[in-house]
Design a protein around this ligand. Structure first.
Ligand code: AQP
Length: 363
């Protein structure tokens, strides 16, 4: 896992686009508009976008966050829902604290360079590499033959998403670590095969995986990731849930019959208990051991209401802001249009350099 130190890791990049040569820290990440964003997305990713947008600016760099709508078509989807989920996700990200004066916020579909670069990278990515991706195995399940090609090549698009902008830091949850490693492999091979040592086309991106809450689990199954596509709404806390719903979901969360232990080691073999304590720790900023010092020996009858209240305290302001923002579709459209125009500008140099390195004549 990559450690993170914005200032210690500052470096001057040699970039193919001369207008980018001053960039020293570039944060890039995306999130799919595939359903309601949830607590896992918030703790594993969105909260870090908000933190990193300030770090990037302080380091003289930039932050780009995109709605991964091109990724969303890798699974069966309803076009009307995709359209409205895209705008709702913009509202959610802004409600969580993304500031469009600091962050370039856009959707992939308005920046064709993502799809173009993916095609160029398809020549470099290897079938064997993609065959090892666990997300494809999880999402295709027993129906591999019926899965879309887009689901299989999803990690190549993801590589294009970050390589296009010379990303240095990519904030993601733990589930995306393998895809980031693949992006690095693709960049490395492309640079080796088609570029001189002095002029690599791509920067190797570093994942930024939060030290805590990197993988929030389902409230119904401590071994399954909390996910937008889980058919049970009770499995996750949505960022749009109101206080009553949050309290109800926490009360109904699956647990075991034992009281909480006094130390983290005592949570071994108790995935649901570990998940709830980890969530409490993540939202309050305490360590798991500190939480257990307080609640060790207590049953869930006492712990769950405390967890519910801690969640409501953090999530209520977000859902209030979201409900106000989501009505204003014109402003949400305008945010995406402005962000996409900037992203098109920022990715242009790298895309041109990739075409050129491959010997493709563009006229
Ligand atoms: N349970 C999780 N815990 C921590 N981080 C998580 N992320 C997702 N689930 C968890 C992180 O959220 C970011 C955006 O994820 P995504 O929407 O692009 O896709 P995903 O990882 O596939 O998320 P979901 O909720 O599971 O969506 P569906 O069900 O549509 O596949 C990523 O950085 C991810 O790591």
């Amino acid at each position: 896992m990559a450690s993170y130190g914005a200032r210690s890791r500052q470096r001057r990049l040699i970039l193919p686009n001369p207008s980018l040569t001053e960039t020293i820290m570039r944060v890039v990440s995306g999130i799919q508009p595939t359903g309601k964003p949830h607590l896992g997305n918030y703790l594993g990713a969105i909260r870090n976008y908000v933190k990193l947008q300030d770090d990037a600016i302080a380091a003289g760099g930039e932050c780009l966050i995109f709605i991964a709508d091109l990724h969303a078509i890798s699974m069966p989807h309803d076009p009307a829902e995709l359209r409205s989920s895209t705008l709702e996700l913009v509202a959610t990200l802004v409600a969580c604290g993304l500031d469009t004066n600091k962050t370039v916020l856009f959707n992939q579909a308005q920046v064709p360079a993502h799809a173009e670069l993916q095609w160029l990278l398809n020549g470099t990515a290897r079938m064997g590499w993609l065959n090892r991706m666990t997300q494809f195995k999880d999402k295709s399940g027993k129906n591999r033959e019926g899965a879309s090609i887009a689901l299989f090549t999803y990690p190549v698009l993801q590589a294009a998403d970050v390589l296009l902008y010379q990303a240095t830091h990519v904030p993601v949850g733990d589930d995306q670590k393998q895809h980031l490693e693949l992006a690095r492999d693709i960049a490395q091979k492309f640079n080796n095969d088609f570029c001189s040592d002095a002029e690599p086309v791509f920067t190797l991106p570093e994942p930024y995986i939060p030290p805590e809450a990197a993988r929030i689990m389902s409230l119904r199954d401590g071994l399954a990731k909390m996910s937008k596509s889980d058919p049970s709404d009770m499995s996750r806390i949505n960022l749009s849930d109101d206080a009553d719903t949050i309290m109800k979901k926490v009360k109904k969360a699956k647990t075991d019959a034992e009281p909480l232990p006094f130390e983290k080691a005592g949570l071994g073999g108790r995935p649901e208990a570990l998940n709830l304590v980890s969530i409490y720790a993540a939202v309050t900023g305490e360590s798991v051991d500190a939480v257990l010092r307080h609640y060790g020996g207590e049953g869930f009858g006492r712990f769950k209401p405390a967890l519910g209240e801690a969640l409501v305290e953090v999530l209520s302001p977000i859902s209030e802001r979201f409900n106000a923002l989501k009505q204003d579709r014109e402003s949400l459209d305008a945010i995406l249009a402005r962000g996409a125009a900037r992203a098109r500008e920022m990715g242009g140099g790298t895309l041109a350099a990739a075409y050129n390195a491959l010997g493709l004549v563009r006229g």
